[in-house]
Design a protein around this ligand. Structure first.
Ligand code: PHB
Length: 397
């Protein structure tokens, strides 16, 4: 058998999702080499439907670091959301409350922009590899993999970054004595659809109802993205278009508001859970994005957290290669986790405030309406939600 081909680089990155590619791009802007390894094909990643809300800080990083300004041209700026309950909609005006906005720009497009920029800049990204394995995390890290043509490689690097998603291979290489896992399970999931229909509203609608939660999001002028709370064991095969729309109507329509309906072109059940791996470093391995944490999608935080992780990690690596100081690398995990736990709380809070827990009693339901009313009727309550949704500033120490 032929010997492994050796690739020497500074940073080996597992995973070419938004976190891995963004980090590779930021490193390239500072003259730091990286090599990215990904098990999925470029086509697979670009065809996976994912969430769509970007915080202003995520948008700024994409634009200012030179990835692309397509988000500003083709994304939709949203200056607020609507909370809908008891048949009425209540706007949370982000611009007025905290002076910020978010952008509706699907994760798939973020991936396409990053992948195109890396390609144009000659970045080394190996898609569609098989059998990736990492070694020597405490010493001189190595990544073994086989490329799509069957050639075997060994990457030798100073540091390794595990940005390899929620089923992370890297995470599982960290000895149990050196990590703590935090889990929270929820008694429901989301049934997500793509539908050919015009927009029903200018902004996203987060609807609480006695029949369960629904979220009305968007994609384009003619395709919309929507979700309703369902049982985690729900099977998509049992839901035809009529049954799906009847469920949305029960949860969202009323008091003069009617959803615009159309053919359902995609449907899926999205599991729900909260997970955090701490610390986000072991030896020369740093974890970033979904490899280290998962949030329920109600707060639209998953992608934004991943981008924030690599922004902070980049600062640490840049400072190390610039000055030899490990101080910022040593504080990476704490700085990243500071935001991760804020986002865990926000996602948990939005989820519990808006969903119906199966078997809930009259007290729970009336208390939940009290909570929603306390948020929308207070400027402080609305501002808390607006600040968290649009994204907190980065912690500097
Ligand atoms: C989406 O458009 O897919 C989306 C938007 C907001 C969320 C979750 C998903 O909170």
């Amino acid at each position: 058998m032929a010997a492994r081909q050796i690739i020497k680089t500074q940073i080996a990155i597992m995973g070419a999702g938004p976190a891995g590619l963004m980090l590779s791009h930021l490193l390239a802007t500072a003259g730091i080499q990286s090599s990215v390894v990904e098990v999925r094909s470029h086509k697979d990643i670009s065809e996976t439907v994912r969430a769509g809300i970007l915080e202003h800080g995520t948008v700024n990083l994409l634009v200012e670091s030179g990835v692309s300004d397509r988000v500003l041209r083709e994304g939709d700026r949203h200056d607020g959301i609507e909370l809908r309950f008891n048949g009425d909609s209540h706007r949370i005006d982000f611009k007025d409350l905290v002076g910020e906005s978010v952008w509706l720009y699907p994760q798939t497009d973020v991936f396409m922009d990053l992948a195109a920029r890396r390609k144009a800049d000659g970045g080394e990204v190996h898609y569609g590899v098989t059998d990736p394995a990492v070694h020597d995390l405490e010493g001189k890290p190595k990544v073994w993999f086989t490329d799509s043509e069957g050639v075997e490689y060994e990457i030798q690097a100073d540091f390794l970054v595990g940005a390899d998603g929620s089923r992370s291979h890297c995470r599982f290489q960290i000895p149990e004595a050196h990590r703590k896992w935090y889990f929270h399970e929820y008694p429901f999931a989301w049934f997500g659809i793509l539908a050919e229909a015009p927009r029903s509203a200018d902004e996203l609608i987060y609807a609480n109802s006695g029949n369960g939660f629904a979220l009305i999001s968007q994609r384009t002028e003619t395709v919309q993205r929507m979700y309703f709370q369902c049982d985690p064991k729900e099977s998509v095969a049992e839901w035809d278009d009529e049954r799906i729309w009847a469920e949305f109507r029960r949860r969202v329509n009323g008091n003069g508001f009617e959803l615009k309906e159309g053919p359902v072109i995609d449907k899926m059940v999205l599991p729900f859970r909260s997970f955090v791996h701490t610390p986000m470093r072991y030896g020369k391995l740093f974890l970033a994005g979904d490899a280290a944490h998962t949030v329920p999608p109600t707060g639209a935080k998953g992608l934004n957290l991943a981008i924030h992780d690599v922004k902070v990690l980049f600062e640490g690596l840049d400072s190390y290669y610039g000055s030899g100081s490990t101080a910022l690398l040593d504080s990476y995990s704490n700085r990243a986790l500071d935001r991760v736990w804020k986002a865990q709380h926000f996602s948990y809070w939005m989820t519990s405030m808006l969903h119906t827990v199966p078997g809930t009693d009259d007290f729970d339901r009336a208390r939940q309406l009290g909570e929603l009313n306390s948020v929308i009727s207070s400027r402080h309550g609305r501002a808390y939600l607006a600040e968290a949704y649009t994204g907190w500033p980065t912690t500097t120490t």
